[in-house]
Ligand binder design. Structure first.
Ligand code: GLC
Length: 425
């Protein structure tokens, strides 16, 4: 069975390959997505290391002159997706692209490939090092609002957790811009409406894009003056981890010129971590920067301090207590949203379902910090979901049914690289 799934997973990656980069799934997401590609590289690395590095290389080709690596690269226009290049209207890099970024797991994936590989892998990482450092610098400079201790986000899509109830705080504060052009959503053509975000949410997502366009995608203005500004434990902990991993790579490469800068980023994040601590939830939670208000629920990103080697012993204990509370309520860990919150929906996108890539990084962190039982449960729950339902985009946390996209690239990749009980492939 596992062997059969391994073959299916390789076939999915090969089928979703568009010539050096991989789409997350045909039709629904017909372009190259940022953090999807990083996870996909881990999957390719189990049977074709050159192809793994190529995936990363093509992602870097979309980097903007200011250092940002966008969340989507539009190599060719595709009518199956909204909002496409004609809506974003960006010109920051070599290709049309989204005007926001996504969680920077790239450096951590590079380190994983180096650790599982050899001198050639280190050589590949060497060639990419400066571009990745420039991207991290962009996060620390252009996405850290004036006077705020942590890196933030200007659009829910930048967090990769698109319609998580975490973002309602920021969305509630903003109005829909009357000037947005009428549009036709394509996601609800390809997926069940009950599993996708609402119309009002979409109008606000498009309103933020319009603001970005109106300021010519000046990223500092988008951060400081844009309609939406929240701090995300996901981006915070993922970037902190990525800075540590990039520093480890810098040491392997003897890039002493980068040590101080990276150490400075890490220290900034260490100091800023408390900003995300919500004493009411006894957890790290998303926070609206302008009002200072916390989101009142434990999301899958709240489970990431271990991955970043962050937080005090009491904060880590609070995080574990929340995971324990949630484990007693759901059949599969880790739900994307808190099952005790009113807006929990186990089948709706980021309002409840289990997401493969979140399980991967959460489990990795727990294992590294000695929480091996939970780490293993989180891995095995994903394996059970894939064995039960196949390679879906995400899964109903109560029933285990697959949700939204089928034959999904990161699900296939993480099965091969991590969740499959048969790692021989
Ligand atoms: C959705 C997810 C995002 C992912 C993208 C492509 O927008 O929320 O995290 O990168 O799909 O798979």
């Amino acid at each position: 069975m596992a062997l059969d799934l391994n073959q299916q997973a390789r076939d999915i990656l090969n089928r979703n390959d568009r010539g050096g980069y991989t789409v997350p799934t045909a039709r629904l997401y017909p372009y190259q997505w940022n953090w999807d590609s990083a996870f996909v590289a881990l999957g390719f690395a189990t049977f074709n290391r050159d192809r793994a590095w190529q995936e990363l290389e093509l992602l870097l080709q979309g980097q903007w002159d200011n250092g940002m690596i966008p969340h989507i690269i539009f190599r060719r226009d595709d009518p199956d997706y909204f909002p496409g290049p004609s809506v974003w209207q960006t010109s920051g890099g070599a290709f049309p692209s989204g005007g926001i970024s996504q969680p920077p797991v790239f450096a951590s994936v590079m380190l994983e490939l180096i650790e599982s590989g050899g001198a050639e892998d280190l050589g590949q990482a060497q060639a990419m090092f400066d571009q990745v450092l420039k991207w991290h610098r962009w996060f620390h400079h252009d996405r850290t609002p004036n006077g705020c201790p942590v890196v933030c986000t200007v659009h829910p899509w930048e967090t990769g957790r698109d319609n998580c109830p975490d973002w309602e705080l920021g969305l509630d504060r903003m109005d829909v811009d009357e000037g947005i052009e009428p549009y036709t959503r394509m996601d609800t053509v390809h997926a069940d409406v009950s599993e996708r975000p609402s119309k009002l949410q979409y109008d606000k997502y498009v309103t933020i894009i319009k603001f970005g366009r109106d300021v010519g995608w000046d990223q500092k203005r988008l951060t400081n003056e844009g309609p939406f500004l929240m701090a995300d434990p996901g981006i915070h902990f993922i970037l902190m981890r990525a800075d540590r991993d990039l520093l480890a790579i810098a040491k392997m490469l003897g890039r002493s010129d980068a040590f101080d800068e990276l150490q400075g980023f890490i220290s900034k994040s260490e100091t800023g971590t408390d900003y995300l601590w919500n004493p009411d939830m006894n957890a790290f939670c998303a926070r609206d920067v302008r009002s200072g208000t916390f989101s009142q629920g434990f999301s899958s990103a709240s489970a990431l301090p271990f991955y970043a080697d962050a937080g005090t012993p009491a904060q880590r204990q609070g995080t574990l207590d929340n995971i324990k509370r949630i484990a007693a309520k759901v059949d599969y860990l880790i739900p994307s949203w808190d099952p005790d919150a009113a807006d929990f929906e186990p089948q709706r996108y980021w309002c409840g379902p289990v997401w493969p890539q979140m399980n991967n990084i959460i489990s990795k962190g727990l294992a590294e910090q000695g929480e091996t039982d939970f780490a293993e449960q989180v891995r095995q729950d994903l394996a059970r979901l894939i064995e039960k339902s196949g390679f879906f985009e995400c899964f109903n946390t109560m029933t285990g049914d697959g949700c939204i996209g089928t034959d999904f690239s990161w699900t296939a990749a993480l099965w091969l690289a991590w969740a499959s009980p048969n790692q021989e492939n």
